[in-house]
Ligand binder design. Structure first.
Ligand code: NAP
Length: 249
């Protein structure tokens, strides 16, 4: 190792990415730079350097890695962000810079859970029964795919409002995680929710809604994660710090 701190590119957009940046920014060996897609207009504070916006595909990401003297890349994007993860693997091949993945394990159903498994968003749209009152918790980007279901009512929660107006049968709820069990249960009771639609994001920050659905005996349409290319993976920040140290040894 030379005297200059090692530049680590963190592909972010998750709480785990933010936490990783905070930890490695305190370590004098490392100089983290977190990349955000720019989809959230007001992202929370992140330790270390932050850059915002797409790279222009795998080639653009490879150029960035070369220009910024990146030594290691950590894909800490959301489990459902498939394109950037594919680009990261390609850019790693193009540059010879190793790429690691930080990814929480998916949730698995427990006793009392009533999950309806959906392979993707479109399957989930069609799995909702007529006249349901849905709690939609899949984020802003793909929420509109559910708005075509005029035969249901919906509370759609996301961090920021969509660019276009939402139809009358959709109530927007703007909020940022974490979301705790008790508040989720109260919300679902108050809004007379009959079914929850969730991505299998994993982790504790948004698990409260799954616990609330279990407590209320409500079904959950659980959308499976997309496939991502295989990579050396850690499931939490501490394990990722150890994996980074091993990869750089
Ligand atoms: P995506 O479909 O995998 O990526 C679409 C494009 O957005 C990528 O090709 C890339 O553009 C750009 N991009 C994505 N993540 C980036 C990053 N961290 N830094 C720079 N550019 C990035 O991603 P997505 O599903 O739209 O998600 C966008 C971001 O939101 C991700 O960073 C993800 O971690 C976060 N997020 C996603 C979800 C979800 O459910 N999908 C949930 C929570 C948070 P270029 O090809 O131009 O480089």
């Amino acid at each position: 190792m030379g005297n200059n701190p090692i530049r680590i590119l963190i592909l972010g957009g998750t709480g785990d990415a933010r936490s990783l940046a905070e930890h490695i920014n305190c370590d004098a060996r490392y100089d983290p730079i977190t990349s955000l897609a720019g989809t959230t207009r007001t992202p929370g504070a992140i330790a270390g350097t932050v850059r915002i916006g797409g790279f222009g595909g795998a080639d653009g990401l490879a150029d960035f890695i070369r220009n910024e003297n990146i030594t290691l890349m950590v894909d800490a994007t959301h489990p459902f962000a498939a394109q950037i993860s594919s680009n990261a693997v390609q850019a790693g091949s193009l540059t010879g810079v190793p790429c690691l993945r930080l990814e929480r394990p998916p949730w698995t159903p427990l006793h009392g859970d009533n999950w309806i498994h959906a392979g993707d968003i479109n399957e989930a749209v069609h799995a909702i029964p007529a006249n349901a009152c849905v709690f939609l918790t899949i984020g802003r980007k793909e929420a509109a795919k559910f708005f075509v279901r005029g035969d249901i009512r919906m509370v759609a929660r996301m961090i920021e409002a969509p660019d276009r107006p939402v139809p009358d049968h959709v109530d927007l709820l703007l909020a940022r995680p974490p979301f705790a069990f008790v508040a989720e249960k109260v919300l679902m009771e108050d809004r007379r929710i009959t079914i929850l639609v969730a991505k299998n994001s994993g982790g504790a920050e948004t698990y409260g809604k799954i616990e609330a659905a279990r407590a209320l005996g409500l079904p959950v349409i659980m959308i499976a994660r997309p496939q991502k290319p295989a990579l050396a993976t850690a499931s939490n920040v501490d394990d990722m710090r150890a994996l980074i140290a091993r990869s750089l040894a």
